[in-house]
Design a protein. Structure first.
Length: 566
């Protein structure tokens, strides 16, 4: 029965690997297995243009949440304005951002995060929003319900400071549209020191002679590629998401939008829309209570949008209405996200193990605040988990020690009765009863811990704090693979040592598999982030120490069962 218990454990571990593999296949389109493949763009850019046109021709939403792709001449009343007011790019910087706004629509078309380095080139800052030949990811707003200002409307940037100066806490960038359809749109972006949420005020003035009832749309437009430099070996979600209090967090694959199979809440009075990727996200937020229509759609070839539409109500001639919105664009830091709006922290997606992952992250964050190093915080967290599960592990290792003690009898009996399987099974059960050994006694305590350690895996994989976080010596970034492969080699050796300390299965084929499987699974760890490998290595070392201690206490001297591949 010892071999059965081991088989069950390997099946559980193998099943977890299969699940990870499956998600990798789905999200990465069967790309190369072990090496990161930079995302390629399918956007087509005219050879005689200096900037891409894909985002500029994004669809203007309609009240039903759908839209049609419009060019400059397709927006009524705006062609003449385009001639008079050439398109401009406004550079803006704060202590955390370097941004670029487009005077066409007053849209945010570039967001460089000054406190986060690019993974591929650490001499450069990480770029979240961008409008270039390589990728498209922008934030747009405008009015619908008439011949009003959209994200295609040429607007005028009001003169003012473009850099947040020392001693200042706020910087405002203001755009004004021409009078269109009897309305004038004034859009003000307010950036605050140290903040990744930007207040966006939309003031709509009725300059005509009749009451009007426009609607405001806010959308995020993005290509369907994985983030540049994203590893194709482990998979994380990239795409749009919607949160409402009624349906909670709903993420949608780009392929489901493409095929028209996207299923999500279409109407709500709370929540947000977001674009999510590994470590970073963007989201449009409206005040709770403001009714909004939610939409997702394909805009163009490999270009998608997610957004919401809010009614402004009737605006009488000579009066105006204002709607405040906020745009979050930054790292997925849980405390920051929780403070902005309910449910925003869910863009850091732990999947079905969120109930376990959130307290584990909280504990990891507390350890980091005391230790000051994320690598040692990981080691400390695994140590605390081992202490918490000490008695469960003790029961498992005690059962294994008993099995190891009677293993010579089992091996002798199997050899003696190898031609009589039924008698062999009866004799094996008799030995177990006499020695009061439960062959499954070491299985259940380990199974109880599996969800906890899988949850910790996702915590380490999802936490942006691991990016560019050093540990010791050669480990300068816990979110990327060990450059010298020292940790994966140590992890492989520790896995083999664990196998050697365990009693050899009576079945020769299973005995061989017990040595081959750790080698197969260890290959993946050569391409996993260093933080994840450090977590597994620490867990292995502590497990070996505990197993050694329990075996010694039970009078079963530790011995190494080396493989026999004859």
């Amino acid at each position: 029965m010892n071999d059965i218990r081991r088989t069950i454990l390997w099946v559980i571990f193998g099943f977890s690997i299969v699940l990870l593999w499956d998600k990798w296949q789905v999200h990465n389109g069967k790309q190369a297995t072990f090496f990161p493949t930079p995302a390629t763009s399918t956007q087509t850019v005219a050879s005689n243009t200096a900037a891409p046109v894909a985002a500029s021709t994004a669809a203007v939403p309609t009240a039903s949440g759908t839209g049609t792709t419009v060019g400059m001449a397709a927006v009524p009343g705006q062609a003449a304005a385009a001639v008079q007011k050439p398109r401009q790019r406004l550079e803006v910087s704060t202590d955390v951002y370097r941004l670029a706004f487009d005077s066409e629509g007053g849209s945010l078309i570039h967001a460089e995060l000054l406190q986060h380095a690019d993974i591929a080139d650490r001499t450069r800052n990480f770029v979240l929003f961008d409008e270039s030949p390589q990728r498209v990811y922008v934030a747009q707003t405008g009015l619908i319900g008439g011949d009003f200002a959209t994200h295609k409307t040429p607007m005028v940037a009001v003169p003012g400071p473009r850099t947040l100066q020392d001693g200042e806490n706020e910087l405002r960038i203001r755009f004004e549209s021409p009078d269109l359809g009897g309305l004038k749109l004034v859009k003000t972006w307010t950036l605050k020191r140290g903040a990744y949420d930007i207040a966006v005020t939309h003031e709509v003035r009725n300059t005509g002679t009749a009451p009007l009832a426009p609607q405001l749309y806010l959308q995020l437009v993005r290509d369907g590629n994985k983030p540049p430099g994203e590893s194709s070996f482990y998979s994380t979600f990239t795409g749009p998401a919607i949160f409402t209090q009624e349906k909670k967090y709903q993420k949608v694959e780009f392929k489901d939008i493409e095929s028209g199979k996207a299923d999500y809440t279409k109407d709500s009075s709370d929540g947000y829309v977001a674009m999510v990727q590994h470590y970073f996200a963007s989201a449009w937020l409206l005040p709770d209570g403001a009714r909004r229509e939610l939409f997702m759609r394909k805009v163009d070839t490999n270009l998608y949008s997610v957004g919401m539409i809010a009614a402004l109500g009737n605006i009488a001639p000579g009066s105006s209405k204002t709607l405040e919105a906020r745009l979050f664009a930054g790292p997925q830091i849980e405390k920051t996200l929780e403070a902005l709006t309910p449910g925003l922290e869910l863009v850091k997606d732990y999947g079905w193990l969120t109930i376990l992952a959130k307290p584990l992250y909280w504990l990891l964050d507390k350890l980091h605040s005391m230790i000051g190093n994320w690598g040692w915080a990981i080691v400390g967290l695994v140590l605390l988990l081992k202490i918490a599960f000490y008695w469960l592990n003790a029961k498992a290792y005690a059962s294994m020690a008993k099995m190891k003690a009677i293993n010579p009898r089992i091996m002798e009996m199997r050899e003696r009765l190898k031609d009589s399987p039924q008698q062999m099974q009866q004799e094996m059960m008799r030995i177990y009863r006499e020695e009061k050994v439960n062959p499954m006694g070491g299985c259940f305590p380990i199974m109880v811990q599996i969800p906890v350690f899988i949850a910790l895996y996702w915590v380490l994989l999802s936490s942006v704090e691991m990016r560019n976080a050093p540990w010791i010596g050669w480990i300068h970034d816990l979110s990327t693979p060990d450059p010298l492969f020292i940790l994966p080699l140590l992890m492989t050796l520790s896995s083999l040592l664990q196998t050697a300390l365990n009693p050899a299965p009576p079945d020769p084929i299973q005995a061989k598999m017990m040595w081959i499987m750790p080698l197969i699974f260890s290959v993946m760890f050569f391409f996993f982030p260093a933080g994840l490998v450090l977590y597994w290595l620490t867990n292995n070392v502590l497990s070996i120490a505990q197993q050694w201690l329990i075996n010694t206490r039970m009078g079963v001297p530790p011995q190494f069962n080396l493989p026999k591949f004859k």
